[in-house]
Design a protein around this ligand. Structure first.
Ligand code: 13P
Ligand code: SF4
Length: 327
């Protein structure tokens, strides 16, 4: 029930997000936020939240926020009994791989990813047969079964470093074709790719970038490397979600557009009131499955627990650990 005490307790949290959440919406969130904060203490739980979570999750209940690489790195350091992964399923699997003895919960296990869906373990084995001896670098946006067939993982934040860390002239990079093509432009290493795409980023077009420049003179355009190469080529900068956020903090552009998922601009804008955000964006339906009510439900019922097939967990973990070791 919404009491005056509850509204008073949550008022400092509302102050963080008042620029992106209208006052009329706050009472809808306040009760779940208050309950989640109490449940975290009760369960000795932490919430790891991806940059695409909505602001009331990202700024009001999360303990650790970041891109896929930061969430994997931070998952290794967690000192709690329970991890709630506010993000998509492959992120929860990665946290579980790195914390086999902790309880890892995902608020909605249907939160998938078109990239993870684009390839199976059998496909990776076929690629190895076709290109014998060529190492397989797999984007973390993949299932644990696919990771288990891989030599090393990468994220959009470290893909080039990972590819070059192997000391070979050719690698197979799965499953994101556009990330592979964008990285291929930055390195001498030959990259063989797969035809997976992010359903959110593949929708941005070069014509859209040109229209943004025409309609918003002076706008600085940042793109995620899951965007098609022609989009990245027309942008001013490409980087992971954390890289884009850092760019805004460092360069403080007067006007910026982030060619990525919609919640990114909301979350980043909160810390940069002087930056004007132009907001054409595409929603990720998988990320948007995660809500305050289902985070609360996860902590109340201790569901849905993420498990990994023991037959592949060790091999999948090795691929993630090798990635985290690349600096
Ligand atoms: P980042 O690793 O850049 O956060 O990207 C994850 C993702 O799913 C992008 O669509
Ligand atoms: Fe997957 Fe794209 Fe959604 Fe990221 S934005 S989780 S890559 S579908």
């Amino acid at each position: 029930m919404l009491t005056t005490g509850l509204l008073e307790r949550t008022a400092p949290l509302y102050d963080r997000v008042r620029s992106v959440i209208p006052p009329i919406e706050w009472p809808v969130f306040a009760e779940d936020i208050d309950a989640i904060l109490a449940l975290k203490r009760e369960r000795n739980a932490v919430i790891l939240a991806h940059n695409y979570m909505t602001p009331e999750i990202f700024h009001c209940v999360a303990d650790i926020v970041g891109d896929s690489l930061a969430l994997a790195r931070e998952a290794m350091k967690v000192d709690a009994d329970v991890i709630v992964l506010a993000g998509v399923h492959f992120m929860a699997e990665t946290a579980k791989l790195l914390n086999p003895n902790k309880t890892v919960l995902i608020p909605d296990s249907r939160a998938g990813c078109s990239l993870a869906e684009s390839i199976t373990a059998a496909d990776v084995r076929l690629m190895r047969e076709r290109y014998p001896g060529v190492p397989v670098v797999t984007y973390v946006n993949s299932s644990a079964a696919v990771k288990a067939e891989s030599d090393i993982c990468c994220t959009s934040g470290n893909a080039r470093k990972v590819v070059e860390s192997l000391g070979v002239d050719t690698v197979i990079m799965l499953p994101d074709e556009y990330l592979a093509q964008n990285i291929a432009k930055q390195t001498q290493v030959k990259i063989l790719s797969w035809a997976g795409h992010c359903e959110v980023h593949e929708r941005f077009t070069a014509a859209e970038v040109r229209a943004l420049r025409r309609d918003y003179p002076g706008v600085v355009i940042l793109a995620h490397p899951e965007c098609p190469p022609e989009v990245v080529a027309e942008a001013d900068y490409a980087g992971s979600t954390a890289d884009m956020s850092a760019f805004v903090g460092r360069e403080k552009p007067a006007k910026v557009v982030l060619l990525t998922e919609c919640s990114m601009a909301d979350n980043v804008s909160v810390g940069h009131p002087d930056v004007s955000f132009v907001r054409p964006c595409n929603l990720c339906p998988h990320m948007k499955r995660i809500t305050l009510p289902n985070i609360r439900h996860a902590l109340e019922t201790m569901t849905e627990e993420v498990t990994i097939d023991p037959a592949l967990a060790d091999r999948a973990r090795l691929a993630v650990e090798r990635m985290v070791a690349v600096r």
